[in-house]
Design a protein around this ligand. Structure first.
Ligand code: GCB
Length: 596
């Protein structure tokens, strides 16, 4: 008995220590979603639009229903006729909220029947940007960051019968936030992804990592982590199709390392093979589809399963452009991915933040390799401790969610940051954190600075030493025109590493036509010519291993104010917001078709 108590204390101390060093609260440990018993909390939520945060002082009474008398004098209350859809950004649901960046309160009443020996978690796939979560009159906690999941355990807080879940969501930009103040997309606020109530047994499988060891085509390495009071258990990993039935025992921290040697059919864009994997402990069981592949570099080449591969990429935002809102359904994901497939892509950069799990899982099934990035975007306060902790936290949350997705081949720690000592040391520390959690993938970042001398453009940045792959955004031919003819440009790199052009693009309004020369900007012909010139230039880069047009489809942005051609749309899409192909689409498609 004393031993059990001592063990429990030890575990608690270890958990607190872990929490202290990573900046995560204990409740941030995640229940893995696949095949868990869960109730969707999607649907209509009552709401209060609160531009000046009156509710901050009132939340303690918010869970109560207002008197059933329309003459009551409670000014601040939820009423059932005022609702917003969840998931969904609030900006696109009401015209008056189009560019709203402040607070909205949400409420949903759930009916709970408590079960002995079961634990309950309130799980949010993402809420943008800060959320304060309450259960009845109690605050459960807060979360900052708009694109990663978080949860609260409510096992001992929930009561039998009706319970009110209340959330204050605020999407105001913050100088010390991640992202910070300025970015070229709509700051869609609200409960933007699915919400669920997840049930687990008292001790459950909290985490697992089941991927091929770095550099190996046949050794699975990883771990299984339990959470609860029965941490010493027998566990197993079964992959029936590959005749794997591996058993192990967890240690007193609930952790079991795994190592399995087996020749497997490898995942690749041309054969996106996924295996049914069953992870079992004495008290829990999880089923997943997992793929196995190896990814590495050799000099300036990217190597997938032992063979060099060129990344035929494209960028897109998590936006359903045709209805001008955040994208959040499986159908939305399918739409984007079908478009990318039609373009001939095998690679997607999910700009500029982790997109919803539908995108990632479907991309994996369809055979796309992925670059996933945290929103460390221009203008980040690298000198600020809170910002750095937040960036680290978002990175941890992204890796925790997607580290078993073999489609993800590159983690990116930032986009277009200005090189200086503080920035470089912070980004290097993010790269290190990445490798500690997952050393099987490549790490990159999207840079946008290079040295120009005449026609020679040299890539040079102290950060690159720490990276596996160089990402370079360049807008030659658009923002400052072609200062040197594309065919004369010589790109040089001081590093023997692969380069991906992570962004390039020019704007065109679908249906607007002009001549083929550079004076008729905004026309489809201008963009078409621009793409031809970019491809000519890119073909001359001997260390180029991939490219990613910016972007697949026009997207909304409050920064894009050209009254005729933009009207709050970034028009660099190869497709219009309704999905119509611009002329440049065919140029890119033809180029990709030539690369086998
Ligand atoms: C960039 C940014 C991207 C913008 C794009 C543009 O470099 O990374 O977020 O949307 O340029 O259109 O200028």
């Amino acid at each position: 008995m004393r031993l059990v108590k001592a063990l429990k204390r030890f575990c608690l101390i270890t958990m607190c220590f872990f929490a202290a060093i990573t900046g995560l609260k204990a409740q941030d440990f995640m229940v893995n979603i696949p095949n868990r018993s869960q109730i969707s909390l999607n649907g209509k939520w009552e709401c209060i639009i609160d531009p000046v945060d009156v509710g901050i002082k009132k939340w303690k009474s918010l869970y109560k229903d207002v008197p059933n008398n329309k003459d009551h004098r409670t000014e601040y209350a939820f009423i059932s006729s005022n609702t917003l859809n969840v998931p969904g950004d609030f900006n696109s649901q009401r015209p008056e909220l189009k560019f709203y960046e402040s607070t909205v309160w949400y409420k949903k009443v759930i009916n709970v029947k408590k079960k002995k020996g079961k634990r309950l978690f309130l799980y949010f796939d993402a809420v943008n940007y800060v959320s304060d979560v309450f259960l009845n009159s109690e605050k459960l906690g807060s979360h900052e960051g708009g694109f990663t999941p978080f949860q609260f355990e409510i096992t001992n807080k929930v009561k039998d019968g009706e319970n009110a879940i209340i959330i204050r969501v605020n999407n105001r930009r913050q100088k010390e936030g991640v992202p910070a103040l300025g970015y070229d997309w709509v700051n869609y606020g609200g409960i933007t992804r699915d919400v669920r109530l997840v049930e687990t047994n008292e001790t459950f499988i909290e985490d697992y990592f089941v991927q091929l060891k770095k550099g190996s085509g046949k050794r699975i390495e990883g771990y299984i982590q339990l959470n609860g009071s029965k941490l010493l258990q027998k566990i197993s990993i079964k992959i029936p199709e590959a005749k794997i039935n591996h058993t192990a025992t967890t240690d007193h921290k609930g952790n079991a390392k795994i190592s399995i040697d087996k020749k497997l059919e490898l995942w690749s864009p041309s054969n996106p093979k996924l295996y049914r994997v069953i992870i079992q402990s004495e008290t829990d069981s999880i089923e997943e589809h997992i793929g196995f592949r190896s990814i590495s570099t050799n000099g300036t080449e990217i190597i997938l399963n032992g063979q060099p591969i060129f990344l035929k990429g494209v960028n897109f935002h998590e936006e359903a452009s045709e209805r001008a809102s955040r994208a959040y359904t499986k159908e939305d994901a399918k739409k984007h991915l079908n478009m990318a497939q039609e373009l001939g892509c095998n690679f997607i950069r999910t700009a500029h933040y982790p997109q919803n799990e539908y995108v990632v899982r479907l991309a994996e099934e369809m055979g796309f390799m992925l670059w996933e990035e945290i929103p460390v975007f221009q203008g980040i306060s690298f000198g600020n401790k809170k910002t750095v902790t937040l960036a680290n936290k978002q990175l941890t949350e992204m890796l925790r969610r997607d580290k078993n997705r073999c489609a993800v081949i590159i983690w990116s720690v930032s986009n277009e940051t200005y090189p200086n000592h503080t920035r470089t040391s912070v980004l290097k520390s993010l790269v290190d954190s990445c490798r500690v959690i997952d050393n099987t993938r490549l790490v990159s970042t999207a840079l946008n600075k290079y040295e120009k001398k005449g026609n020679v453009f040299t890539i040079k940045d102290d950060l690159i030493e720490a990276l596996d792959v160089i990402g370079m955004n360049q807008y030659l031919g658009w923002y400052n025109g072609w200062t040197v003819s594309p065919e004369d440009i010589v790109w040089k790199s001081e590093y023997n590493k692969p380069l991906i052009i992570s962004e390039f693009g020019a704007e065109a309004l679908y249906g607007h036509h002009g001549s083929n020369d550079d004076t008729s900007s905004w026309s489809e012909e201008f963009q078409e010519t621009f793409y031809r010139k970019q491809i000519t230039m890119q073909k001359n880069i001997p260390f180029l291993s991939g490219t990613c047009p910016w972007t697949l489809i026009d997207f909304r942005s409050p920064l894009r104010l050209h009254p005729i051609y933009q009207d709050y749309w970034n028009r660099k899409g190869l497709l219009s917001e309704q999905g119509y192909r611009k002329k440049a689409w065919y140029v890119m498609k033809a180029y990709y078709d030539t690369i086998k």
